[in-house]
Design a protein around this ligand. Structure first.
Ligand SMILES: Cc1cc2nc3c(=O)[nH]c(=O)nc-3n(C[C@H](O)[C@H](O)[C@H](O)COP(=O)(O)OP(=O)(O)OC[C@H]3O[C@@H](n4cnc5c(N)ncnc54)[C@H](O)[C@@H]3O)c2cc1C
Length: 346
């Protein structure tokens, strides 16, 4: 059997590249072993503003312009809804923060996303004496449901192999690769933190960050916007809210921990004043590169092997645009910007 591409991994990166190949009428097979779950546990929030400093996210507008139509197209294709538009309310810690917000609202790159009205908190279940700043054009992609549905679609089309991809079985040829009984022009590795086990790309400088999230049931909270304070609180419906996330640079496992849960509860209790019950607890590893930029391109010695990784904390917004850029690079030799190219580490 012969295909244009083998894709390894079906998180946000692998799915975006598979969709780009579909749009370009290229054939592919995906290998997926469920060893990583960053995309499956992700909060799924998309937001063009850095909420700590009130600065624009790198390349935010271009990312949104590609990502929003991409998710809309997937909703149509899979006959389900994944993109839940929702405003983000940033809790102010002080008057000084309110002032910083006003200053940021006037900046050209931010004025489309930030509302300059300060919102007074009237919800007794929330402690927010300085009120909120409101962000617009934000939302949440239900990445877990989306990837689950996409996986089912690929399975029915016989385009997905639910198995570990074994690097020692790759045979490099002049015009492509052979893997078991499959011939392909190229392999694109979209393995998230799994890249650490890939002998062709394991030396890339990752600074992966484990994240934990809890889901709470809080019937008295009654909130239909996303709150960002010490942690974010994201409404899921039926009085359920996702709360996250932690950052841990030492623990490399996907397992939820007691310390992670305690940290989330302690931060949540600083601003949520009603009763809640924890009903779920998940963890995953964010594939972050040391300079916090994605990493794309071909292996320096083997052009048949490529990578799409480093989506870090913002896979929802970044993945679709990066998949397009990688495709153009691999098929049409389009140059990759240095800041996203694998060449920056060579
Ligand atoms: C707690 C948490 C909260 C987050 N919240 C957000 C958020 O709100 N918004 C946002 O935009 N981003 C968020 N992120 C970040 C986002 O999840 C990541 O940027 C994104 O998921 C990375 O996608 P990926 O496809 O590169 O990696 P992954 O999702 O990890 O996918 C890698 C895939 O490769 C497979 N794989 C690896 N090795 C092999 C192999 N040898 N053979 C076969 N398959 C293999 C894995 O099983 C998996 O399917 C969050 C992350 C975490 C952990």
């Amino acid at each position: 059997m012969s295909v244009d591409y083998i894709i390894v991994g079906l998180g946000l990166a692998g799915m975006s590249f598979a969709e780009e190949l579909t749009a370009q009428n290229k054939s592919f097979i995906v290998y997926e072993d469920q060893s990583q779950n960053s995309s499956l546990v992700a909060g799924g929030m998309y937001n063009p503003v850095v909420l700590k400093r009130f600065t624009p996210v790198w390349n935010a507008e271009e990312q949104l312009q590609t990502a929003l139509p991409y998710y809309k197209k997937l909703e149509k294709k899979l006959k389900n809804s994944y993109d839940h538009k929702i405003d983000i309310f940033r809790v102010f810690k002080s008057i000084a923060e309110q002032n910083n917000w006003f200053l940021a609202c006037d900046k050209i790159l931010l004025q489309d996303y930030m509302s300059s009205n300060i919102i007074k908190n009237e919800n007794k279940s929330i402690h927010a004496p300085f009120g909120y700043g409101r962000l617009v054009r934000t939302g949440r992609i239900n990445a877990n449901a989306l990837i689950h549905d996409y996986r089912e679609l690929l399975l029915t089309k016989k385009l997905l192999k639910k198995e570990k991809f074994l690097y020692h079985k790759i045979i490099l040829r002049e015009d492509g690769v052979t893997y078991e009984n499959l011939k392909a022009k190229k392999i694109v590795f979209c393995e998230g933190y799994g890249i650490k086990k890939n002998p062709y790309f394991d030396s890339l400088p990752m600074k992966e960050a484990k994240g934990e999230l809890i889901t709470i049931h809080a019937p008295e909270l009654k909130v239909d916007y996303l709150i960002k304070a010490a942690v974010f609180v994201m409404p899921l419906g039926n009085d359920l809210y996702k709360v996250g996330a932690t950052f841990n640079w030492k623990d490399k496992s996907n397992l939820p921990t007691e310390e992670g849960k305690e940290e989330l509860e302690q931060k949540l209790n600083t601003f949520i004043k009603c009763k809640y019950k924890i009903v779920d607890h998940l963890a995953g590893i964010r594939p972050t590169i040391i300079d916090r930029r994605p990493i794309l391109g071909m292996h320096p010695e083997h052009e048949q092997l490529a990578i799409l990784n480093g989506l870090g904390t913002r896979g929802v917004m970044i993945a679709p645009l990066m998949a397009k850029k990688l495709y153009q690079h691999l098929e049409h030799n389009a140059a990759l910007d240095h800041e996203i190219s694998i060449a920056r580490f060579q």
